[in-house]
Design a protein around this ligand. Structure first.
Ligand code: ADP
Ligand code: MG
Length: 254
């Protein structure tokens, strides 16, 4: 049986008079990928920002594990087991792949004032962080690029690096905002393989435009237009929905 890890109910976010997200509910289960598609401005990134705590909902609630995390700061939600990537890459270009992932692995720890016992403890934490970083780099398929500068690896590898940095914090729930954006066919295939590799251990929300990837990866598909959910179901159900064809998928099939 799959495990429900995140449940959002009736999330609404208004920016002034604009309802960017209007009454959206989402359930994320371990070993399932919940894809969200929709035209630009549909509210997909705003939904992701609501779930991660980067912005607080106007109304609605979010439960992560057994906790009501509505209104929590993003760092606190992250420590509770949520990891995310951003629509724009978020890596330190002058650092190596390894340093980027190790810093991400260490970011999970709270800083403590210096004292001898804390110092010993931090040595142990450093080893644990290195182990998390090593595992994340392998999962992301970057073991051959560990010592490369982030600025010199390909765009596709930079997106893999971003996923590795997210994995290094050992999240249960992953929110990925357009991880395939700007990729060529081979890069996209590598990213799809990566997402399938990490799927069993994670609950995933995947915002994406690449319909081939969506239909390969998604267990559940939600279509948003103007902040509203216009369809939600299995990819096959959504594909058969006449309203979705007219509003969104139609333009893809010409
Ligand atoms: P998508 O990711 O689906 O393209 P977004 O969630 O980025 O859509 O945006 C949804 C709507 O909310 C858009 O009309 C956008 O201009 C607006 N919006 C997003 N973020 C903000 C913000 N911080 N302040 C004001 N309006 C915003
Ligand atoms: Mg977006």
């Amino acid at each position: 049986m799959s495990e429900l890890l995140l449940s959002a109910r009736n999330l609404t976010k208004r920016f002034g008079g604009l309802t960017a997200v209007g009454g959206v509910s989402v359930d994320l289960w371990r070993n399932r990928i919940h894809a969200v598609i929709g035209p630009n401005g549909a509210g997909k990134s705003t939904l992701t920002n609501l779930l991660s705590g980067d912005i607080a909902p106007t109304t609605g609630s979010i439960t992560l594990g057994a906790q009501d995390v509505t209104g929590w700061a993003p760092e606190r939600i992250a420590r509770q087991g949520l990891g995310r990537s951003y629509q724009k890459t978020n890596i330190f270009l002058p650092f190596t792949v390894w340093d980027n992932v190790l810093l991400a692995a260490q970011s999970r720890e709270r800083q403590q004032p210096w004292n001898p016992i804390a110092w010993l403890r931090s040595a142990g934490k450093y080893i644990a962080a290195q182990q998390r970083a090593t595992k994340a780099i392998e999962l992301a398929g970057l073991q051959n690029r560990r010592s490369a500068m982030a600025s010199t690896i390909s765009h596709g590898e930079q997106r893999q690096l971003e996923i590795a940095m997210t994995l290094a914090t050992e999240p249960q729930v992953l929110l990925l905002d357009e991880p395939l954006a700007g990729m060529g066919v081979a890069e996209a295939e590598r990213m799809v393989a990566l997402l399938l590799r990490i799927k069993p251990d994670h609950a995933m929300l995947l915002v994406e435009h690449d319909m081939d990837a969506i239909f390969t990866l998604a267990d559940h598909l939600t279509v948003m237009v103007n902040g509203q959910v216009i369809a939600s179901g299995t990819p096959a159900e959504v594909r058969a929905d006449a309203g979705v064809q007219a509003a969104y998928l139609g333009e893809d099939q010409t």
